[in-house]
Design a protein around this ligand. Structure first.
Ligand code: NAP
Length: 248
């Protein structure tokens, strides 16, 4: 039986590597991309490596695009096993007192509202799979505990749009986990860690492949795996555990 995974924002960066790694496990990957040309290029690269990959045009801020994508997956597969809500934007970082409300709205549209819209559109398909997994790509930047740790790596960062949107996304994750608690569906937030991608002008100290490993882990959890957690890379952890639960 075919196992299918839809990854949003999969034409590059961590999303692309997530598609690549899931495909290497024999999963059919649906490469979500808002730009058809970029999506087609990513699919061509994946197929050249032997992946079973197909493009799904999907702008997470566009209701019509989301509905068309869901209808397409329904028609072609009738169910969806894995949804990785990976698409995200950084907006601009600056002092909270200088927050540009237009940027704040734009970041929430993609990083929060987009996830809720895509998840709700795909849930009927996910419910039809035997044991679906939903992974919301969040961030340690959204961890209030880490942000407020004066001795931690996040203390120097202070901005409203991106950090607060990722905090919201983590709560969104927890709320879906509660609604789906008594089903086989698991919903978790992923923290890839600081990865070198276009997102941060390649300043991250981890690779996109390493970041993708976190999403793949949560996308392929066994039946006794957790739900409602924020899990992934633990930057600055002093107990030696590189991966684990990320503080809320
Ligand atoms: P990236 O290389 O910039 O890739 C972001 C992807 O999201 C691109 O495919 C982009 O498409 C897509 N996207 C943006 N807006 C979209 C929209 N409205 N609809 C559909 N797709 C959209 O960034 P990345 O580093 O791989 O980030 C992936 C995720 O990891 C994000 O959620 C980010 O917040 C999270 N994250 C990243 C880091 C890090 O250090 N890199 C750390 C923690 C969390 P286009 O190519 O069309 O722009």
């Amino acid at each position: 039986m075919t196992t299918t995974a839809l990854i949003t924002g999969a034409n590059k960066g961590i999303g692309y590597e997530t598609a690549r790694a899931l495909a290497a496990r024999g999963i059919t990957v649906l490469v979500g991309a808002r730009d058809p040309g970029r999506g087609a290029a990513a699919v061509a690269k994946l197929r050249a490596e032997g992946a079973d990959a197909a493009e799904v045009q999907l702008d997470v801020t566009d209701a019509a695009s989301i509905a068309t994508a869901a209808a397409h997956i329904d028609e072609r597969f009738g169910a969806l096993d894995i949804l990785v809500n990976n698409a995200g934007i950084a907006g601009s970082f600056g002092a909270p007192s200088q927050t540009d409300l237009a940027v704040l709205r734009e970041v929430y549209e993609t990083n929060v509202f987009g996830v809720v819209a895509v998840t709700n559109a795909m849930l009927p398909l996910l419910r039809r799979a035997p044991a679906a997994r939903i992974v919301n790509v969040s961030s340690e930047v959204g961890s209030i505990a880490m942000m407020m740790d004066r001795d931690g790596p996040m203390w120097q960062a202070a901005a409203v749009p991106y950090p607060s949107a990722k905090t919201a996304l983590t709560m969104v994750t927890a709320m879906y986990a509660k609604e789906l608690w008594d089903t086989p569906i698991k919903v978790n937030a992923a923290n890839p860690g600081y990865c070198a991608t276009d997102f941060n002008a390649h300043s991250g100290f981890r690779t996109a492949e390493q970041g993708a490993e976190v999403s793949v882990h949560l996308a392929t959890l066994p039946a006794d795996g957790p739900t409602g957690q924020h899990w992934g890379y633990r930057w600055g952890a002093t107990d030696g555990a590189e991966y684990g639960i990320v503080a809320w």
